[in-house]
Design a protein around this ligand. Structure first.
Ligand code: EPS
Length: 400
């Protein structure tokens, strides 16, 4: 999301560029501290997760998603300067590929054509394509390594596909991780896998497409990331906007989400209790609100969900209009995926990682990783809230 100039949101900033069938995608990340050892092989591994996800179309056989670092590192260590990553495309036919005669409902095609007042649908779809998420996954994998130093982790998985929902995610993190990493759908409920596979295969057979729901949990987030000084500081808004910015996402929830609107307050808010090992010795008896209160992380697990619509490109087509003849026609079909929900769970993880890393940078400041770590230690997990220290008054603070 676009950040205002409030100090609480001056963490990281990132941008991407590149067309789906252009020479490459480019990702630029500013605000990384100096001194972070970046494991590019781990970045590459994350890229592979996005690609090997079940449900992708023939393009997945073409692309390697090889990442190259152009700037920001010396011998693998961040310099504190902008990091520029290049993700090579193998299918680079942007100048040769034909136009689409009839725009596809659900894609950016028609809205973009009307915006440009030009019937070159390809000029619109090349950037609107979900290929762009490869660049964000590359950046997400870099900041994952920064967050790991503070034991903060985002973990994404699929909870529903084609209307078939998995059981509740296991509480045990090791089990959740092991199950997700075994599943080609990045789910955790093996009982679903056969039904999901059948659903995608049936859709492929029928020339149709399938949507679903992804969930991201954030573990280890300290209280107080985000802010309330400006609308753009609020952590929940930033996380949800990040998810909503992924192609085909049509709904985002945090914690109970829409369900919270139906329940009384007593069934929604998480009661505060003394808790050994909790931040400042405090904890909650439940986690229904999803780890963010009033725009700040509250030290609980953050839990986000995003609903992905089915891919708009369908072999069976859909009613549309040929833009040259201005006559009814079936929407043009071109090579596409049948289901990108597992891949979207990887992209969802990446955008959450980026927003969290940005909020952590803003919270801790520091020019180097070392300074961040020192400031992190001073956050004092054990420390109880107290009055402002006496000497603050002497420094011009309050004197009551
Ligand atoms: C996409 C269509 C397909 C997907 C693409 C997104 O590409 P193509 O038209 O080249 O076959 O494979 O996704 C990616 C390339 C990717 O990296 O995720 C679309 O229309 O959005």
């Amino acid at each position: 999301m676009s950040h205002g100039r409030s100090p609480d949101s001056m963490g990281l900033s990132w941008r991407t560029a590149g067309e789906s069938h252009g020479p490459a995608l480019v990702a630029l990340l500013e605000g990384l501290p100096a001194g972070l050892l970046v494991d590019l092989a781990a970045v590459q591994h994350g890229m592979g997760r996005r690609w090997k996800a079940y449900g992708r179309g023939p393009r997945a056989k073409i692309e390697q998603d090889r990442v190259e670092c152009l700037s920001g590192l010396k011998r693998g260590v961040t310099l504190g300067s902008p990091l520029a990553l290049l993700v090579h495309n193998s299918d680079t036919r942007v100048d040769q590929l034909p136009n689409l005669a009839a725009p596809r409902p659900g894609h950016a095609d028609l809205a973009g054509v009307l915006r440009n007042r030009c019937r070159d649908v390809r000029a619109v779809l090349e950037r609107a394509s979900a290929r762009e998420t490869a660049a964000r996954v590359a950046l997400g994998e870099v900041v994952r390594q920064l967050l790991a130093l503070f034991e903060i982790e985002a973990f994404g998985y699929v909870t529903a596909l084609g209307g078939i929902a998995a059981a509740a995610a296991p509480e045990d993190r090791a089990a959740l991780r092991a199950q997700r990493d075994r599943s080609v759908f990045f789910g955790f409920d093996t009982a679903c896998d056969a039904a999901w596979r059948a659903c995608i295969e049936a859709a492929a057979e029928a020339g149709d497409s399938v949507g679903g729901v992804v969930e991201v949990q954030v573990w280890g987030c300290p209280p107080g990331l985000g802010g309330t000084a400006q609308h753009s500081d609020r952590l929940d808004a930033r996380l949800m906007a990040g998810l909503a910015s992924l192609p085909a996402i049509k709904g985002v929830e945090i914690g109970l989400g829409f369900r919270a609107a139906e329940l009384p307050g007593s069934a929604v808010h998480d009661e505060i209790v003394p808790a050994q090992g909790g931040w400042a010795g405090l904890g909650r008896s439940s986690n229904r609100i999803g780890g963010v209160e009033g725009g700040y992380s509250n030290g609980q697990v953050i839990r986000l969900r995003a609903a992905m619509k089915p891919i708009p490109t369908m072999r069976r087509g859909a009613a549309s209009v040929d833009l040259e003849a201005m006559q009814p026609a079936r929407a043009t079909y071109e090579r596409s995926d049948v289901c990108a929900v597992p891949a979207a769970s990887v992209a969802a993880e990446a955008v959450v990682l980026l927003e969290l890393a940005s909020a952590l940078r803003a919270r801790l400041g520091g020019v180097s990783v070392e300074e961040m770590v020192q400031r992190w230690r001073r956050l004092g997990r054990e420390e109880r809230p107290a009055d402002w220290p006496e000497d603050v008054a002497g420094l011009g603070g309050h004197a009551s």
